[in-house]
Design a binder for this molecule. Structure first.
Ligand code: E4P
Length: 217
């Protein structure tokens, strides 16, 4: 499963990329706001850090304007994936932009039927939002499983990008199901390394090592 980093924080992206933990990046208007940076400038910088897809989201809501914004964002770098909301206009824009050879990430997906439409419109990625479904007492992980089944049933090539990942358990769950990609904030990716038994085991080893009186270097 590929790891995308869900942030526009350049320092965090750089750190994870150096570790091989950033196969791509996803941004959205809220993340651009949080970064305090200009969208074109920060997106260009991110595209220079990671080789994989960098999602940049349009803010127009009507197809023709979405297409125009998408073309402008795609011109930033060859690894841009234009992010479009899963609306009827978004699907129209998806069809046009993918036919021009651009990568498209269809976002704000909350149902299997929406994911089916995105695949038929030729989306490169579909982004089902797990955490936001969990927020309203629905099961976001179940949605990933349903989309995996549907896409496999018909051989759709659209890649499942599990988004709105809030916990380390979400990561393991979507990996078991076979999501192609997951995108998570840097802090969730860092937490994947943590386990209390690792910490306790290391503390014991270091204590015993000190009692040997030895040194390796
Ligand atoms: C995905 O592309 C979105 O940017 C993101 O995963 C949304 O996550 P949130 O629901 O935690 O804001």
């Amino acid at each position: 499963m590929q790891f995308f980093v869900d942030t526009a924080d350049v320092a965090a992206i750089r750190e994870l990329a150096e570790l091989g933990m950033a196969d791509g990046v996803t941004t959205n208007p809220s993340l651009i706001l949080k970064s305090g940076r200009d969208i074109l400038e920060v997106t260009r910088e991110i595209c220079g850090i990671v080789e994989g897809p960098v999602s940049a989201e349009v803010v127009a809501t009507e197809a023709a304007a979405m297409i125009a914004e998408g073309r402008k964002l795609a011109a930033i770098a060859p690894n841009i994936a234009v992010k479009l909301p899963l609306t009827w206009d978004g699907l129209k824009a998806c069809r046009v932009l993918t036919s021009e050879g651009h990568m498209v990430n269809v976002t704000l997906c909350f149902s299997a039927n929406q994911a089916l439409l995105a695949a038929k419109a030729g989306a490169t990625f579909i982004s089902p939002f797990i955490g936001r479904l969990d927020d309203i007492n629905l099961d976001g992980v179940d949605l990933i499983a349903d989309i995996r089944t549907i896409y496999d049933n018909y051989g759709f090539k659209t890649r499942i990008l599990a988004a709105s990942i809030r916990t380390v358990n979400h990561v393991a769950e979507v990996a078991k199901i076979g999501a192609d990609v997951m995108t998570a904030p840097p802090e969730v990716i860092r937490k994947l390394a943590q386990h209390p038994l690792t910490d306790a085991g290391l503390a014991t080893f270091l204590k015993d090592w000190a009692r040997t009186g030895q040194k390796i270097l």
